[in-house]
Write a protein that binds this ligand. Structure first.
Ligand code: MN
Length: 187
């Protein structure tokens, strides 16, 4: 995917250097890996979501990382103080977590306590109830029948250049750049 903003647009929350490595190198590698693995797999024409639900091994891992990163990079905008959701997604967060602050705390805690590499997600279940899940490595909530809405990447490559070991500080800063209009359209 092409970034929907300039590489420096998310500074100082995410630096231009991190975007250069994360989008320009890590995501690009997953795409190249998948292109190399697809011929003869039966998944040549399949959408990413289908591959992630049916494939195994390297095809699953690389397709999962592409799907996850497409959602991740597609959900940000330039930093804004007091950035928060509005409309239906704001109402659903208040209904299912008590308040936006309580949701942020629970989401950050899930991200900070995820052991190793992975992703923390906000998703909607079949009834439309919002849930937070921790997914290891390249996993995506679509594999459990959930509709993914928002994700924070907690692989070290997502934050180490800017925050070193301070994953919780990185997670807390990300709220400034979440584009809630994009998230609302995913519901
Ligand atoms: Mn990543």
């Amino acid at each position: 995917m092409t970034l929907p903003y300039a590489a420096e647009a998310l500074e100082p929350v995410i630096s231009k250097e991190t975007i250069a490595f994360h989008h320009g190198k890590h995501l690009a590698s997953y795409v190249n890996n998948l292109i190399g693995l697809l011929p003869g797999s039966g998944f040549e024409e399949a959408p990413l979501q289908e591959i992630v639900c049916k494939a195994t091994g390297g095809i699953l891992n690389n397709a999962g990382q592409i799907l996850n990163h497409n959602m991740y990079f597609g959900q940000f905008k330039a930093p804004q103080t007091d950035n928060k959701p509005t409309g239906k997604i704001a109402e659903a967060i208040a209904r299912d977590f008590g308040s936006f602050d309580a949701f942020k705390e629970a989401f950050q805690k899930a991200g900070a306590t995820l052991f190793g590499s992975g992703w923390v997600w906000l998703s909607a279940d079949k009834e439309g109830k919002l849930v937070i899940t921790q997914e290891a490595n390249a996993a995506n909530p679509v594999q459990r029948g959930l509709k993914p809405l928002l994700t924070f990447d907690v692989w070290e490559h997502a934050y180490y250049l800017d925050y070193q070991n301070r994953r919780p500080d990185h997670l807390a800063a990300l709220w400034q750049i979440v584009d809630w209009d994009v998230i609302g359209k995913r519901v």
